[in-house]
Design a protein around this ligand. Structure first.
Ligand code: FES
Length: 576
């Protein structure tokens, strides 16, 4: 590995020479750095999403310390770069509203500063996607570290899946089978340790998918946050980024269409969150890699479900790691992976699978005995979703995957909350619940509300799932027969805005169809109801206005239209 003056570093554009500007750049950085820090050594930013308000990432400063040690050891200069952090459970109206802002701000700060490479520290749902989007657009050598899942907590002797069991227990309260007091008692058992949610929610999914994409040290995804091996791997990642800079290993040279298709195979095999669809589309958009919604359906088709984790299954992330982890899963689907796709180490992903092994087949199934033969995400089209909608059949009730029922329409989440438990609501178990006004523009920000609660009177009758349709997203920790990401959304003029309660809706997953029983002429003659239009009040200033004016629809990743592609790492002008 070469460090020092032998390699022309980007940071030398700031630090090399004896003119006034180089003096200023160096002098203000001399706060304990050794004199040889400016001799051409690679300067590495540690883009750190540690924040007390992102509880899943609050331990990342310790991870950053391990990375720093590795960077120093390899001859680089580590530099902490705090970046926008998004706590999924904390920020309102939804963390997704801020994903693109975080990505844009991180992109600009990486580019604006004298750095040669970047280590991306993420964990909670939106943090790894926003960091990868940013890194893809700057295209400096970049490597991800996921902060890892939390350890398994228990309540009254039973494991609690964070997220998933919140939905389950709250529905039990609504059904009258759990007291509010007991529900509250479970709260302190839900989060046992540092780390992100321990189900196969979005954070776990994005960590595993980022590894399959090639963006992480192979085998790191899923190492629990409290496991000392996380710090060991973080140290190694610090060393690795110095090597990546020396070898000019950039996102544009690593992450090809083959890498993204490998990520889709992994997404299916782990039974990952539907949120990965919008995130992978957005990351690919930053790289100019051709990827569309149909790739998820086609590449995921026939990929077996191998991981038995909540929300669809039984176990939690700690179990997955114990059972062999990400590489053991990928080894089972090795023949479906593109062997040419590289990782941050410069070697192909498949090179890391030889020694992988399943240690517990109740957690990770073998290819010969999968949990399901086909775990892919299905993409639906029809006159209700002309640009597409998605459903995760593995998390749905099989009998509902082909279903026709009368629509019960809600114009907003407020409308839903006001009426869902009304004893007079005209709804039965065959009804199709529709929630609109929750897309990227409509909410704004495309919140995770698509798994709308079932009417209390049906819960009391024992109904536990119904067909639900929404232009928003669903938490990766949720489950049910839920059609998501309907595009175009109602607020963008999609036909979802024109559906009326009582319309017959047909979901046919096998035929990949989602339709409303109304002719094109009939739909064209309808106008969105006053309530539908009133629910969408366009923002007038700030980020929300910028976002609503420029956000694209879910079928292309819900990025801002002017953030597609890369601007590279060049900075046009000096600062003084
Ligand atoms: Fe942070 Fe679930 S709330 S990962």
């Amino acid at each position: 590995m070469e460090v020092g003056n032998d390699v022309e570093q980007r940071s030398s554009q700031w630090y090399a020479g004896s003119d006034r500007n180089a003096y200023i750049h160096r002098a203000w950085m001399r706060r304990g750095l050794p004199a040889n820090a400016f001799d051409g050594r690679p300067h590495i930013a540690i883009a750190n999403t540690a924040s007390d308000l992102t509880p899943c990432n609050s331990h990342l400063n310790e991870v950053a310390d391990a990375v720093r040690n590795g960077i120093w050891e390899a001859g680089g200069i580590p530099l902490n770069l705090p970046v926008i952090s998004l706590g999924e459970t904390q920020v309102r109206p939804t963390a997704m509203l801020w994903r693109n802002m975080a990505a844009m701000a991180t992109e600009e700060m990486i580019r604006a500063n004298p750095v040669d490479g970047v280590v991306l520290l993420g964990g909670c749902d939106k943090t790894i996607p926003s960091l990868l989007m940013a890194a893809a657009s700057v295209d400096l050598p970049a490597v991800v570290i996921s902060g890892g899942p939390m350890l398994t907590g228990t309540f009254r002797g039973k494991a609690l899946g964070c997220g998933t069991d919140v939905w389950r227990l709250s529905e039990e309260v609504r059904a009258g089978t759990l007291t509010e007091e007991d529900f509250t008692r479970s709260e302190s058992s839900m989060i046992r340790s540092r780390g992100h949610c321990n189900t196969m929610g979005t954070a776990s999914t994005m960590a595993l998918v980022a590894e399959a994409l090639g963006a992480m040290l192979p085998g790191l995804a899923g190492v629990p946050a409290a496991d000392s091996r996380l710090l060991e791997a973080s140290h190694s990642t610090g060393r690795l980024i110095v090597e990546m800079v020396a070898e000019n290993r950039r996102p544009s040279t690593l992450f090809t269409r083959a890498s993204f298709l490998n990520a889709i195979v992994a997404l299916a095999a782990i039974g990952g969150s539907t949120n990965a669809v919008v995130h992978l589309l957005a990351i690919a958009g930053r790289l100019g890699v051709e990827l569309n919604l149909d790739d998820f359906d086609q590449t995921g088709a026939g990929v077996p479900l191998l991981v038995n984790l909540q929300p669809a299954g039984r176990f939690l992330m700690e179990d997955l790691h114990r059972a062999g982890g990400s590489l053991a899963v990928l080894r089972e689907v090795r023949d479906l992976l593109d062997p040419t796709a590289l990782t941050v180490t410069g070697r192909p992903l498949v090179d890391y699978l030889d020694d992988a092994q399943i240690w517990d087949e109740t957690v990770i199934s073998s290819r010969g005995e999968p949990l399901l033969p086909d775990a892919g995400i299905a993409v639906l089209y029809g006159n209700l979703a002309p640009a597409g909608a998605v459903i995760k059949p593995a998390a749905a009730t099989p009998e509902l995957l082909k279903h026709t029922g009368k629509a019960v329409v809600f114009d907003s989440v407020e409308d839903l909350r006001a009426r869902i438990d009304d004893p007079d609501l005209d709804v039965d178990a065959d009804s199709v619940l529709i929630l609109r006004g929750c897309g990227p523009k409509g909410y704004p920000g495309m919140p995770e509300v698509a798994n709308l609660p079932l009417p209390r009177k049906l819960l009391e009758q024992g109904v536990r799932d119904m067909v639900r349709i929404c232009d928003g997203r669903m938490s990766g920790t949720a489950y049910g027969t839920v059609v998501l990401h309907v595009s175009p959304e109602a607020a963008a003029g999609g036909p979802l805005a024109l559906v009326k309660s009582g319309d017959l809706i047909t979901l046919d997953v096998e035929a990949r169809r989602l339709t409303v029983d109304a002719s094109a002429e009939e739909l064209a003659a309808r106008q969105p109801s006053f309530a539908t239009v009133a629910a969408f009040a366009a923002p007038v200033r700030g980020w929300e206005k910028l976002y609503v004016d420029h956000v694209m629809q879910a079928d292309t990743g819900a990025d801002l239209d002017f953030l597609l592609g890369s601007s590279g790492d060049a900075v046009s002008r000096e600062s003084h």
